[in-house]
Design a protein around this ligand. Structure first.
Ligand SMILES: Cc1cc2nc3c(=O)[nH]c(=O)nc-3n(C[C@H](O)[C@H](O)[C@H](O)COP(=O)(O)OP(=O)(O)OC[C@H]3O[C@@H](n4cnc5c(N)ncnc54)[C@H](O)[C@@H]3O)c2cc1C
Length: 401
């Protein structure tokens, strides 16, 4: 008997994992899976990942490639063009991916989806990055929420519970075309200068590293979260933000693992507080989706003519952790050495830059974009605008940390 097995191309993007990956699950249930990652050089300059993110991405892809027995196809160039060429060359009739939410990605994916459908290709996209889709959580009048608490409590929590995570596909069978794989190094993500020595010792990008951080944090982390999260020296937060950004773990896995760690007691104040931080992640994505200009323009137009100071020396001192204010400098040096910074310090250093030095929040946002391992367009822009007092639901202009 002749078996014809369906071939499905899985376009990996910000979902660099095998567990709880809806696109991969769908593809593996159809038959053979062709895993592909494309470093998209058509990305507008402002959104090109920063140096720290590139380092993490390289490691994460390497880890994913290992999990796929070295059969992840890697390409660099115009993603839409390369993807179409790839499917034509290998006569692929089905393409799947998990959705990304940066405005340029939404535009690219929408156009590509139409082109593929017109060419008779089966295209499916899935949600693997957010607990609730941004277009599903709206106010009664169908407009987006601009204030966190009603967004989360009235909007998100009144919706159906987030999707339950699924396991690694049982019979994952991969089709590999060596001639169509340029190799991970061809993406040129690793820095030329070796500045990442300390970072390398501290972080393990990839699905296993994410799972390790989650299990280190739980079982007590969620319960203790509310009491301890305000103290940077305790290191009591989950350290999952970069893993979540690159999709090495899904928010659904984190959400349900945290709930399980308290035997389902969602009334627990620590757990409620921790889950609401995942809610802030959702809120940032919702703001970026509905207000795609927030990475570059003040959310509140009244700040458009604010007279920011131009002071390169102070900006440099802030970047290098040499302002003379110990807690600010500690945070900025932590960022430089480790590629991360505790949330409370991000607030302090952000407030210092914008409200003490009166330097435009976008200068801080760009520095964070380049240095943070967890640099995330939604969280970074929304958080900077919040700190600056220019954003939705922002800290008022007179509140200085
Ligand atoms: C100026 C500024 C810039 C920031 N830039 C980023 C960024 O580029 N990328 C990023 O992921 N976070 C950013 N944050 C949010 C937050 O500081 C980090 O997510 C958090 O410190 C990561 O540590 P953790 O994983 O231990 O978080 P935990 O405290 O354990 O929280 C769990 C998860 O919830 C999410 N989360 C927590 N707080 C926030 C928040 N305020 N906004 C959105 N999501 C949140 C993260 O995914 C985090 O991993 C920024 C905050 C500020 C004030």
């Amino acid at each position: 008997m002749l078996f014809i097995t369906a071939l499905t191309l899985v376009w990996f993007r910000q979902d660099l994992r095998l567990r709880d990956n809806p696109a991969l699950t769908y593809a593996s249930e159809r038959g053979l899976v062709i895993p592909l990652y494309i470093s998209d050089t058509d990305c507008p300059e402002h959104f090109v990942p920063g140096s720290a993110s590139k380092w993490w991405l390289h490691q994460s892809l390497s880890s994913l490639n290992d999990s796929l027995n070295g059969q992840l196809h890697c390409l660099k160039g115009d993603a839409s063009k390369l993807l179409i060429e790839f499917i034509q060359l290998h006569d692929i009739k089905s393409v799947v991916w998990n959705r990304s939410y940066e405005p340029w990605q939404i535009k690219r994916d929408t156009q590509l989806k139409h082109a593929l459908i017109e060419a008779g290709i089966n295209v499916q996209s899935f949600n693997s990055h957010l607990l609730w889709e941004p277009w599903q959580v709206l106010k009664k009048d169908e407009t987006p929420y601009k204030v966190f608490t009603p967004y989360y409590r009235r909007g998100c929590l009144s919706k159906a519970s987030p999707r339950m995570p699924v396991e690694v596909p049982k019979n994952l069978q991969i089709e590999y075309f060596p001639e169509s794989d340029k190799g991970l190094d061809s993406l040129e993500l690793m820095p030329d200068i070796n500045w990442h020595g300390t970072i390398e010792k501290m972080w393990t990008p990839g699905e296993q590293g994410a799972a390790n951080h989650l299990s280190d944090f739980l079982p007590d982390g969620a319960k203790e979260y509310k009491n301890k999260r305000d103290f940077p020296d305790l290191g009591a937060t989950s350290k999952l933000s970069a893993h979540l950004h690159f999709g090495e773990i899904s928010p659904n896995q984190v959400w349900y693992a945290a709930i399980d760690s308290l035997n389902g007691n969602t009334e627990d104040v620590g757990l409620d507080c921790y889950l609401s931080e995942l809610g802030w992640r959702e809120f940032s994505h919702s703001l970026l989706f509905h207000f795609p200009h927030i990475p570059q323009k003040n959310f509140s137009p009244k700040f458009e003519h604010f007279p920011w100071r131009t002071d390169d020396n102070s900006l440099k001192a802030w970047q290098l952790g040499q302002t003379g204010i110990p807690i600010v400098d500690a945070g900025m040096r932590e960022l430089w050495q480790t590629g991360t910074m505790h949330n409370r310090l991000r607030m302090v250093v952000g407030s210092f830059l914008v409200k003490n030095l009166l330097i435009d929040w976008r200068k801080g946002e760009r520095w964070f974009w380049d240095c943070l391992l967890d640099a995330d367009l939604a969280a970074n822009s929304a958080s900077w605008q919040w700190i600056a007092g220019t954003g939705a639901d922002a800290a008022p202009y007179f509140r200085i940390f």
